[in-house]
Design a protein around this ligand. Sequence first.
Ligand code: TYC
Length: 102
Amino acid sequence: NAQTDNQSLVLFERKQAVETPALYHVVLLNDDYTPMDFVIEVLMVLFKKSYQQAHEITMQVHQHERGIAGTYPKEIAVEKMTQVTLSAKANEFPLRCITERA
Ligand code: TYC
């Protein structure tokens, strides 16, 4: 009946919340000034991509204005975004980065 269906749904949602944290994409945005090599390095160091993967993501961003650097639980995604932003600032590049629900 409707009540047991409801209880099952509540239990399912609680189990899912405990076992599977919501995932967030860390998205790199294009700009005209950040050097490709810097973006590739960021992807290799902070997002553990191979050179080839990093190059592909960089070209994706360059040609289509955005690309996914990685996908993580929220707290880690926000930390990665902060590291990208601080690293870009330290090198005086305008590279921007956002997080969004996967
Ligand atoms: N468009 C930049 C250039 O031509 C390269 C670039 C790639 C910048 C990815 C940002 O997230 C970015 N130098």
